[in-house]
Design a protein around this ligand. Sequence first.
Ligand SMILES: Cc1ncc(COP(=O)(O)O)c(C=O)c1O
Length: 390
Amino acid sequence: MGQRPPNFEPSHRGAAPSIAEQLQQRAKNIEAAGQDILYLQVGQPSTGAPDGCLDAIQEASQHGTLGYTGAAGIPALRQRISRQYAELYNADVDPDRIVITFGASGAMILALVGCFDVGQRVALPQPFYYGYRYAMSTLGVECVPFETSIENGFQPTIADLEAIDEPIDGLIVASPGNPTGSMIHPEQLKELAVYCEKKAIRFISDEIYHGIVFEDDFPPATACSYSAEAIVVNSFSKYYSMAGWRLGWMVIPDYLVTPISGLAHNLYLCPPVPAQIGATHALDCRTELDQHVERYRRNRDILLNRLPGMGFDRFAAPHGAFYLYCHVKHLAEDSVDFCIDMLENAHVLAAPGSDFCPLSGQHYIRFSYAGSTDQIEAAADRIGEWRQQH
Ligand SMILES: Cc1ncc(COP(=O)(O)O)c(C=O)c1O
């Protein structure tokens, strides 16, 4: 094969090396050699979509073509989500302000393209869900990572925002957060949303882990209740256990509905239709889905009971989601090396913090406890034995 002309090289805007991907490949190689691995690095439910959802899709596929829908999604789903805002949060959200998307990832791309021009600055509290940083650089929006403190559960405060040296145009928060599972209290969420509205900073609240919350001290609260300018991003990937169905939604101010639906239409026509039909029914499956949340709570408690005795004794309080973000500086110089050591010798894979935090990620690792309780028990046994050898 001859040499490729330079303009056939992959573009620079999209290149983003993922440490997690590289470690996953390493784990697969060990597995191929006959050693089983416990995967605690993946941030997805180990269960499938709820039953009601599957029945509805089968029924719909027998009676219709499942062809394109409007770019903002089917009215039945938008209305059902609107009702959920009333029931869960006592919030009045017009279905016309709800746009159905390709997961929270798709919602965030629409928010970034629909609200910011190239070069505008969007702040991201560290540590963060790494996809957003790469989405911003791909789309030409400047990502402004800023520091938070473990004492505040790595969630941003107004003081943290005011310490950013140049003005910002947007802020993304996630509560419960990834990689920490920590939460912003409703009063603080309100303070942040109101502050941002006053300062003309677009407030984007990623509420993808709503529903997976373990503490009564954090009653359900959505940014839509506090600011008409806020953008809320949500998804069926986590609480609804439908990660591969690629469906999410966003709540946007009414004047953004036409431009953002137009963008959605031009970029991908409409969100996946079988998933939209299933999701409409998944919203009624809370009894089944709450059982998963109980399992996550049990798994979290196993880790909280057992890990501190093994040296993992400093982390942000995990109020929700299914993550524990542990400080490991006293155990290793670098969290990537630490994860490799744990993979090769304990046969447990965790995610190094470096993907989530350029500032101090080398001192942290993230455990995901979305798996079965047996898996979490077994992982704790293996890690315990491995730590004893040190
Ligand atoms: C905080 C956060 N936001 C967004 C996403 C993307 O989710 P989706 O599957 O809905 O695209 C994830 C995925 O892990 C996440 O953790």
